[in-house]
Design a protein around this ligand. Structure first.
Ligand code: ADE
Ligand code: ZN
Ligand code: ZN
Length: 262
């Protein structure tokens, strides 16, 4: 009887806890893991070896959700604003007023700086590497470069197949989950691209990439109206962009890692 009660309490706790956790997980685990998995295909041998040493063999897919794992922990509050950047539409990152608490661009640069510093210990290097893998994912989620007024679409309420949600969540995870592929399947089924295309995608700076993502954020805002019930047609029109952003995120993450570790 007593153990039955304990199981009930544990179950109630787990249900409550998982509901709280489900509020705002960025690309969502599947999106972030897909980016980590794709990046692994573009790493140099030396980069792979150094990363394996730092992460004790954990894959990039596995550590890609780390940024969200620590997001609701008060001890890591200083990293909260690193997950997004809000520039007025039509204004480039370079010309925009910066968040004094930091943003995606300063966050990614800080990760690179700490990893490159010869005085950084292994534990800190691993921490910032895991964060970098996560943030390079966020950089490619259009709503993470969305409007400040609606917190990157978080307060842009609408419906997804008759259920209340918001535009941010549609782009983080609703479309990806609806597609119903695992992260390995999504990575394996990324479009086949040439070496020249990879090189082209890896061109540019963090600022260039954030400005590019903003153009997709503008399109995403134009794709829906407040209160609209999004259904199959929305998937049909927008999932291609989700897939290409996941692929770009992986390919560009690999570029940064190769620069840091080779
Ligand atoms: N998540 C929380 N606040 C955000 C914002 N202002 N923009 C994008 N994503 C966010
Ligand atoms: Zn998000
Ligand atoms: Zn994030």
């Amino acid at each position: 009887m007593k153990s039955g009660k304990t199981i009930y309490i544990v179950l109630a706790f787990l249900v409550t806890f998982s509901t709280v956790n489900a509020t705002s997980p960025d690309w969502g685990a599947t999106g972030h893991r897909t980016i980590g998995k794709i990046a692994e295909d573009y790493l140099k041998v030396k980069t792979k070896r150094k990363i394996a040493e730092l992460l004790n063999g954990q894959s990039l897919a596995l550590v890609s959700t780390f940024g969200d794992d620590i997001k609701s922990d008060k001890r890591y509050r200083e990293f909260y604003t690193w997950h997004f950047v809000n520039m007025p539409f039509g204004v480039s990152y370079q010309d925009s007023e910066k968040n004094k608490d930091g943003d995606l661009v300063t966050g990614i640069k800080k990760c690179k700086e700490v990893i490159l510093n010869v005085n950084t210990n292994k534990e800190d290097k691993a921490f910032y590497l895991k964060l970098l893998v996560h943030l390079m994912g966020d950089l490619h989620q259009p709503m993470h470069v969305g409007r400040k007024e609606d917190k990157g679409g978080n307060t842009f309420q609408l419906q997804w197949f008759d259920n209340g949600t918001n535009l941010h969540s549609v782009w983080d995870s609703k479309m990806i989950n609806h597609y119903n592929m695992t992260y390995t399947e999504l990575a394996e089924n990324a479009d086949k691209i040439t070496k020249e295309q990879v090189k082209y995608l890896q061109n540019g700076t963090i600022e260039d990439w954030v400005n590019e993502t903003q153009t997709f954020a503008i399109k995403a805002y134009e794709s829906a109206e407040i209160g609209e019930n999004l259904r199959y047609n929305y998937m049909y029109e927008n999932f291609g962009l989700v897939r290409s952003q996941l692929q770009k995120g992986g390919i560009r993450l690999a570029k940064l890692l190769n620069e840091l570790f080779s």
